[in-house]
Design a protein around this ligand. Structure first.
Ligand code: R1P
Length: 325
């Protein structure tokens, strides 16, 4: 086996295939977390967006991020055109099981959409700005609304495996430690230096989701709560989970928060949902252990309901967008 090169640690490019890479813009020195706050310039992101636009027939209005084991959300897309991340200049690649690694363009109920079948996580070695790069690309493609989905552990004792939590708010735990996707110089063309987050999860869309849940007769499994993201990749200790519960977290995962911050910064409407794939272990007497296979299994188990739910949400959100162009 080749010896480990210290320079490769924390660098996702160390385990992805070589491809054409434009220079990253060094915007600030390393921030102390081992993450350099480099970011692609507006122009480089525009190049990515233009590359995609040159290969698709319909510009998307709604962007969907498929959570772990939830890639089948993209299977409802008609007139679909897929582009692998590997074929997109400067795009990261997916390294996690349950994340296919392609953008699927097309329509859901006649509404132009793009779905990310595969998101990027901090624990894969990507800095937060890179995890969120696709959100800015979506903005440049003309997307107005982001639907972010994720698999999460349920901390709220009333949640059951297979429940769907509408995210009403988040706690940015990684942000508490200074790690934020907006860290570094701000480009006003995306958004303001100090974006507010008190209305991050669109109130009207959350209410629509509750109405849709009733119409689909799934309101018994649809909840609403607070999500938090930890860096991962390890699942949490009992003490950590009890701490999160105490501060008001209902579901915990390793994604979404930074995507939502990036989306709100560039003024996308945001709706997010968590599929509760496991009950968090908050007592030392409980012998259960979280594992990724179970997470993917629950995603598969709930794929039909989730697809139906998200399809209806796309339809309804598009009506609101049409009223507020
Ligand atoms: O948030 P998504 O991508 O749905 O995935 C969740 O599931 C994985 C753990 O099983 C972690 O990546 C966690 O974040």
């Amino acid at each position: 086996m080749a010896p480990i090169n210290a320079n490769d640690i924390n660098d996702a490019k160390a385990f992805v295939p070589a491809k054409k890479v434009l220079p990253e813009v060094e915007t600030e020195a390393a921030n102390g977390n081992g993450n350099s706050s480099k970011g692609y310039s507006y122009e480089t992101l525009l190049e990515i967006a233009n590359f995609l636009l040159s290969r698709i027939s319909v510009k998307p209005h709604i962007g969907i991020i498929c959570g772990s084991g939830m890639g089948s959300l993209a299977e409802s897309i008609t007139e679909s055109e897929s582009i692998s991340y590997e074929d997109i200049p400067n795009f990261p690649v997916s390294t996690v099981e349950g994340h296919h690694g392609k953008l699927v363009f097309g329509k859901i109920s006649g509404v132009p959409v793009v779905a990310m079948q595969g998101r990027f996580h901090y624990y894969e070695g990507y800095p937060l700005w890179k995890c969120c790069l696709p959100v800015r690309v979506m903005k440049l493609l003309g997307v107005k609304t982001l639907i972010a989905t994720n698999a999460a552990g349920g901390l709220n004792p009333s949640y059951k495996i297979g429940d769907v939590m509408i995210v009403k708010d988040h706690i940015n735990m990684m942000g508490f430690a200074g790690n934020n996707p907006l860290h570094g110089p701000n480009d006003e063309r995306f958004g303001p230096r100090f974006p507010p987050m008190s209305k991050a999860y669109n109130y009207e869309y959350r209410n629509i989701a509750k109405e849709v849940a009733k119409e689909l007769n799934i309101d018994n499994i649809v909840k609403e709560g607070v999500y938090t993201c930890l860096g991962g990749p390890n699942f949490e200790t009992v003490a950590e989970l009890n701490m999160l519960k105490m501060v008001g977290v209902d579901a915990v995962g390793m994604s979404t928060v930074h995507e939502v911050i990036t989306a709100r910064h560039c003024d996308l409407n945001v709706f997010a949902l968590s599929l509760i794939t496991n009950e968090c272990v908050t007592s030392y007497e409980n012998n259960d252990e979280a594992n990724h296979e179970e997470v993917l299994d629950v995603g598969r188990m709930r794929q039909d309901i989730l697809r139906l739910f998200v399809n209806k949400l796309v339809e309804r959100f598009a009506l609101i967008e049409a009223k507020n162009p």
